[in-house]
Design a protein around this ligand. Structure first.
Ligand code: CO
Length: 500
């Protein structure tokens, strides 16, 4: 009776090891690879993904899953593992291979074209590429929707965040939508009277890197099981025993690299905290992108931009940049750094947005991508709809500036639909987890000002990281905080930080 389950574990371990190689090679591509190697690397990677896709969709997996479903002696984790295997198997078989390949080609072409056409602010030149991606994505979503018995957009969401549903997201976002515009005005009015001195560089890359490494280790990222490197866009990759985080350095502004490191370290701690016993098995994977993003936002936004952490970090920041401090001591005081790290401004670019306006950028993209997928919005109308949305949400216009408007993100050119809302859900979960933790650990504020992360990391390990995919996001959140997602925590956090 044990045979089917054991075969499944063996089979999925093989897939897991291939994906491990893929993760390290992806890191290499972003960090080390000379551009000349691009085409041959792309071929090698395509072959690797075909191999593991074939393993995943292997008809024998279906037979083993059926037999394993009868095995009553499986424990809770094994049953959860079978459930995750079935999820992956169903998704892999839902979309016919020619369609998978067509989508891959469309996204590769569009991402490549986008890099140049965005620089040139050339939406008209870019639109046909995106139209192709949207058309293929809609076909693929329709096939997935049928196999999973979901709406097409929910089927896309489900790839990044299992069980996420647009109607539940709508409910969570509704209150945010009505809260944000008025709240933003209050915050801007309040901050208008505060003077912020921007620390002036140059800040050498070597000094920034040293500071980043020091604080990365201080927050609990295990440097013996990971690395910090440099890439064009910050990310967290690699595998749990070898987590590869990256940042990028701007010699005029040390905070972007530093907050990048701390954000990615939050992702990295989650990876490092996944259960060793379930390595290479589906149930051992992170639950989904909402919890993943909650861990980086808890680290970066909830903690590292707060005054307690900054009172620990400020002396280290001053020690890292002695020349700038000598010239401009008032910019490096705790009060000024704290104001600087929580400064709110309306801006066009999502990745540069502060904690308050970030959600507005997400609301805009969420509305638009749903309409692209359900077919009620055409790609050619994007510039106009984007401009309207930016006016309503942030009072800014992008007319004539598609580069900093609807062409700014890599997500759609790369075929990532159903991802944007997960950032804001992650921010909501982060606020809920941190508020719950603080309520039961009043001593933590003092610990934090001394740079002690042990209590928090132990709590997150117990409630989130070690659970991996053994439970749903909803159940993990209930287990940690006593209730499902409650957007009130996030709004309370924003009020406390920005209006108190
Ligand atoms: Co992140």
């Amino acid at each position: 009776v044990w045979v089917s389950y054991a075969l499944l574990e063996q089979h999925f371990a093989k897939i897991g090891r291939l994906q491990e190689i893929e993760a390290i090679v992806e890191w290499d591509q972003a960090v080390n690879m000379p551009a000349s190697a691009g085409p041959s690397r792309a071929e090698a990677m395509a072959t690797l993904s075909v191999v593991w896709h074939e393993l995943l969709a292997d008809p024998r997996v279906g037979d083993w899953l059926q037999a394993a479903a009868q095995q009553s002696e499986l424990d809770v984790w094994q049953r959860a593992n079978v459930r995750e295997m079935r999820r992956l198997f169903t998704r892999a078989r839902a979309v016919p291979l020619p369609l998978v390949e067509a989508l891959t080609v469309a996204t590769k072409n569009s991402e490549h074209a986008w890099r140049q056409l965005r620089q040139n602010n050339d939406f008209a030149g870019y639109a046909p590429y995106l139209e192709d991606v949207v058309a293929r994505t809609r076909e693929s979503a329709a096939a997935l929707a049928e196999a999973l018995n979901l709406s097409p957009y929910d089927a896309l969401l489900d790839a990044f965040e299992p069980d996420a549903r647009a109607n539940e997201i709508d409910a969570s976002f509704a209150s945010l939508r009505s809260f944000l515009p008025g709240f933003l005005q209050h915050v801007l009015a309040k901050q208008g009277s505060l003077e912020v001195r921007e620390p002036l560089g140059p800040f050498s890359t070597a000094e920034q890197r040293e500071l980043g490494l020091q604080l990365m280790v201080a927050v609990g990222f295990d440097a013996r099981r990971g690395r910090l490197d440099t890439s064009h866009h910050a990310f967290c990759g690699g595998v749990p025993r070898d987590v590869r985080i990256t940042t990028r350095y701007d010699e005029a502004d040390f905070s972007s690299s530093l907050m990048g490191v701390l954000h990615e370290a939050g992702h990295g701690k989650y990876e490092q905290g996944l259960p060793e016993a379930w390595r290479h098995q589906p149930v051992g994977n992170p639950r989904g992108m909402v919890l993943h993003e909650s861990q980086s936002l808890l680290q970066e936004m909830q903690i590292c931009r707060g005054k307690e952490f900054l009172s620990f970090a400020a002396p280290k920041i001053r020690a890292a940049f002695p020349r700038s401090v000598a010239e401009q001591p008032e910019a490096f005081t705790l009060d000024n750094l704290s104001r600087w790290y929580t400064r709110v401004r309306r801006s066009l670019i999502r990745v540069e947005a502060d904690e308050v306006t970030y959600s507005a950028h997400v609301l805009l993209r969420y509305d638009i991508e749903r309409r692209l997928i359900d077919g009620t919005l055409r790609v050619r109308d994007l510039p106009e709809v984007w401009d309207q949305g930016m006016r309503e949400l942030l009072g800014l216009t992008t007319l004539g500036d598609d580069r900093d408007g609807c062409m700014q993100d890599v997500h759609w050119p790369a075929g990532l639909f159903g991802y944007f809302p997960l950032y804001t859900l992650g921010a909501m979960v982060a606020a809920q987890l941190f508020a719950t933790f603080q309520a039961s650990h009043p001593e933590f504020a003092t610990e934090l000002s001394r740079g002690e992360f042990g209590t928090l990391n132990a709590w997150l390990l117990q409630h989130v990281w070690s659970r991996a995919s053994s439970q749903s996001t909803r159940d993990i959140l209930i287990g940690a905080s006593g209730e499902p997602l409650n957007p009130a925590f996030y709004q309370a956090h924003l009020r406390t930080r920005y209006l108190a």
